[in-house]
Each structure stands twice: as structure tokens, then as C-alpha cells.
Write a protein that binds this ligand. Structure first.
Ligand SMILES: Cc1ncc(C[n+]2csc(CCOP(=O)(O)OP(=O)(O)O)c2C)c(N)n1
Ligand SMILES: [Mg+2]
Length: 337
């Protein structure tokens, strides 16, 4: 069944719409568990959750094939899940277990699973933009129809990588999506205090790239725009910049203070725009899904994440004898010898 949504021109099947709902919920429930595990001391290091921003990764990745690639950020759990990393491998990775997607050696900011096109989260702000431009250049040279996606925050848009990456990809019509998750803060620094051009779409658009500003909490609006951008990239039409205006409703990183740089009222205003209840209300109001159907999805996701936590907690740590494995490339070693 194709459904014409309230968003002009958005066409999606019931299955696709429920898929968006399920994926956002999977990210939310996973993040809630990760926050809890961090609070109990089971996750070492930083843990930046994606709570409030789930619509973006969900809507963009819904259009990607396994062979398409995603380059991510420090806030990348949602990107990994939406690109096909199973929750159990994500949670195990943050717990440092050998069953994690990076075999317990990477943690939150080094999530890799190339088999599904997840080319990594990163603790450095900005390089996802250059990596995606580079991947796009590779796809152009190979004449493949793959697409590369860079996710990044507003904090990366005053970084040189943004300007070099967008310019290069635009000049060469590379098959890339640049997805800016403009949550209006870089740690505790308001975006409005570090730029006189508050529109990322305008800033990036000055390079001649096709640029679109979107409500980042409206999964259907992003789904429509990302669908067009992916089609365009795949068929030689060049890159697109999607500026998704959103908000993180948890602290920058788990355990960090969350006062002094934003007001509780501001947080509450954005909580009221939560993308998940918003899609839920839409599906019910339009008669696309029943309360029972959605409750079934809620239960299934809850069970999936509970089982993933159990799996991660019971998984073994990497064997200490393998501590130096994966440090050097085997190829380089034999070359040196
Ligand atoms: C090149 C670089 N500069 C500074 C930092 C420190 N740092 C870590 S997260 C962060 C804020 C990033 O903000 P943004 O890109 O908007 O992403 P958000 O956390 O809001 O999702 C900064 C400055 C870093 N990791 N890398
Ligand atoms: Mg930000």
C-alpha cells in the first residue's frame, strides 16, 4: 500500500513507514540502555547519545544499499544501527567485549562494520566529510553506482574539512550526501556564537552544491529529501547537502553537566518535538497503523534490546594474548620484512 503522507510528495508504503518507526525506536531504546550502562560504570570513556536526533540517520539510511558507505562522528551509535550494525554488536563494543563490531578494541568512537558499509565513527570533528568525498571520488573512478554519506555536526562546519570537502565534491559531481546534524551546540558552545551565517545550507550552498534545510525532527521530510539526494547521487547528478535542524535532549556526553549553557525551557520545547511520538501520532491519525500494531513493534524492540544487553554482558573480553593484534597491517609487516 502506497501512502501519500501529509508531507507534499512523500510517498512511502506502510511497510516503509513502520520501518522508520521501528528503526527510530531501536536507536532510542539502545541509547537508553547505553546511558544506563554508562551510569553503572560498565562503559568506559565517553558515550555521546543520539537521543532526539534519531529521525536523521533513520531517514537517510533507509535509502542506502549495503554497498553504500557511511562515515560518522563521535555521536554515531544511531548511524551504526541504521546502517545495519546489530544492536548486540554495538552494545558489546561499548562494553569492550570481543563480540563487539570492532572486537571490543574500539568503543563508541571506533565503530566499524565494512560488510554493511559502516566505515566508522570518529572522535575527530570533521573528517567524515573528507572521507566521504574521497569515497565518492573512488566510486566515480570505478564507475560504480555506490553512494557515500558523511554525517557531521554543526561544530564541523567552521572546520576546513567542510569547505574543502563540499567544494571538491561539487566541482567533480561526486556521489555524496553531506548530512549536517545541526543540533545548535558544539559541546556547550551555541552555534549562533561562532558564526555570522547561522544557516549551514546557505554557507555550504555558496559552493554551488544542491543544499536543503530541513526540520531534523521530521522523519518524513528527511526521508523525502534524502530519497531525492540519493537518487541524484546514484545517477551522476552530484552531491547534496542536507542541513537537518535538531536538538540533543541529553548532555553532550553521558556524565557531563547539562546546565549553564542552555535552559531547561529550551530542552523541554525540543522534547515536545520528539520525532518518535510525532511519527506515531501521524501513523495513528492517518489510520496507517493501529495502537495494537505499534504496541507490537514497541514490545519487539524492547525485547531485542534487552536480549542485546544480555548478550553483551555475557560475552567474553578479548584475550589479553591478542592485545597487539590489528595494530599493524599484516601487509605492511611482510613488506617491511
Ligand atoms: C578536530 C576536533 N576539534 C575539537 C574536538 C573536541 N570536540 C569533541 S565533540 C565536540 C563538539 C562537536 O560538536 P558538533 O560537531 O556540533 O557535534 P554534536 O556533539 O553537537 O553532535 C568538540 C569540539 C574534536 N574532537 N576534534
Ligand atoms: Mg552540534
Amino acid at each position: 500500500m502506497a501512502v501519500e503522507t501529509a508531507q507534499a510528495g512523500v510517498r512511502a508504503s506502510k511497510e516503509q513507514l513502520l520501518g522508520l518507526y521501528r528503526q527510530m525506536l531501536e536507536i532510542r531504546r539502545c541509547e537508553e540502555q547505553l546511558a544506563r550502562l554508562h551510569q553503572t560504570g560498565l562503559i568506559p570513556g565517553a558515550c555521546h547519545t543520539y537521543v532526539g536526533e534519531e529521525a536523521i540517520a533513520t531517514a537517510v539510511c533507509a535509502h542506502l544499499r549495503e554497498s553504500d558507505t557511511v562515515m560518522s562522528t563521535h555521536r554515531g551509535h544511531g548511524h551504526a544501527l541504521a546502517k545495519g550494525v546489530p544492536p548486540r554488536e554495538l552494545i558489546a563494543e561499548l562494553l569492550g567485549k570481543v563480540t563487539g563490531c570492532s572486537h571490543g578494541r574500539g568503543g563508541s568512537m571506533h565503530l566499524f562494520k565494512p560488510e554493511v558499509g559502516m566505515l566508522g565513527t570518529s572522535g575527530i570533528v570533521g573528517p567524515s566529510i573528507l572521507m566521504a568525498a574521497g569515497a565518492g571520488y573512488t566510486y566515480m573512478l570505478k564507475q560504480s553506482d555506490q553512494v557515500a554519506v558523511a554525517f557531521f555536526g554543526d561544530g564541523a562546519t567552521n572546520n576546513g574539512a567542510f569547505h574543502e570537502g563540499l567544494n571538491l565534491a561539487t566541482v567533480w559531481d561526486l556521489p555524496v550526501l553531506f548530512v549536517c546534524e545541526n543540533n545548535q551546540y558544539a559541546t556547550e558552545v551555541a552555534y549562533s556564537s561562532v558564526t555570522k551565517q547561522p544557516s549551514v545550507a546557505t554557507k555550504g550552498g555558496s559552493y554551488g552544491i544542491n543544499a536543503v534545510a530541513l526540520d531534523g525532527n521530521d522523519v518524513l521530510a528527511i526521508y523525502q529529501a534524502a530519497g531525492e539526494a540519493v537518487r541524484r547521487a546514484r545517477t551522476g547528478g552530484g552531491p547534496t547537502l542536507l542541513e537537518c535542524k535538531t536538538y540533543r535532549t541529553r548532555p553532550h556526553s553521558e556524565g557531563m553537566r547539562d546546565a549553564g549553557y542552555r535552559t531547561q525551557e529550551e530542552v523541554e520545547t525540543w522534547r515536545a518535538r520528539d520525532p518518535i511520538p510525532r511519527l506515531r501520532a501521524y501513523l495513528l491519525a492517518e489510520g496507517i497503523a493501529s495502537e495494537d500494531e505499534l504496541a507490537g513493534i514497541d514490545r519487539a524492540v524492547q525485547e531485542l534490546i534487552a536480549a542485546a544487553v544480555e548478550f553483551a554482558r555475557e560475552s567474553p573480553w578479548p584475550d589479553a594474548a591478542t592485545a597487539t593484534d590489528h595494530v599493524f597491517s599484516e601487509g605492511l609487516r611482510s613488506h617491511d620484512a
